[in-house]
Design a protein around this ligand. Sequence first.
Ligand code: NAD
Length: 260
Amino acid sequence: MLNGKAAVVTGSTSGIGLGIAKALAADGADILLNGLGDAQQIEALREELAAEYGVKVAYCGADMTKPAEIERMIETANRELGKVDIVVNNAGIQHVAPVHAFPIDRWDAVIAINLTAPFLITRAVLPGMLERNWGRIINIASTHGWVASVDKSAYVASKHGIMGFTKAVALETATTGVTCNAICPGWVLTPLVQKQIDALAEREGLSEEDATIELLGEKQPSLQFTKPDQLGALAVFLCSEGAANMRGIGIPVDGGWLAQ
Ligand code: NAD
């Protein structure tokens, strides 16, 4: 379905972003990977995806806190893939602390990566999408785009912000072939969540298994993690003709978190 389309997936060197990049590539899209990590491992990943799915796979290590690097990433995508049809704004970070003790530099970093980078990327790719009258902008928000949790003020603010941004872009493009929507995962077992399980285990003197059950039990009634490839399947659906008139929504994939 996505043969001939070119996708930029930020933060795709691990976790959810990698799951989504693989799903888009499996459907035929050329991919620009982005994210931090060991250069050799990333090159091996790039080659592996290109060989497995028979699509072009480029990489740009742009830091999502730096506007000039974000601009360079979009230039790289246009140069190496010819255009940008699909953007998945996925790169994101978390910091956990009560608001009165929240380090200002962590607040700034969370807002920069989770909210400002998607704005800068959307701003850069939208003119080309509108010119070709086809585009998909998919923002990876969170259940924290709908509700809050304690000690996550910056993350919750950034994810509520990206939900608002998603709606605003969807309205501005509503009569065109460009759509903008958000995916709102609950718990997905990735390095971002593993850090929170480790911190909980240490704080409460629990085994990793018990900490995992406590973490899931508090919020996610299914007691199961969502898997990155399940989010990849949803991203592929949002790129399909079936989703062409879905505009400005945030779709939870959350094991019942928001049903409570
Ligand atoms: P992760 O830590 O596994 O991956 C994050 C990716 O972002 C990595 O590729 C990392 O290299 C990249 N990244 C981090 N800082 C960056 C920077 N400054 N510049 C460029 N890339 C950077 O995290 P994840 O759990 O896969 O999270 C991906 C997205 O999904 C985030 O937006 C997160 O908020 C969201 N999310 C995750 C969960 C979950 O349970 N894991 C739940 C809801 C939403």
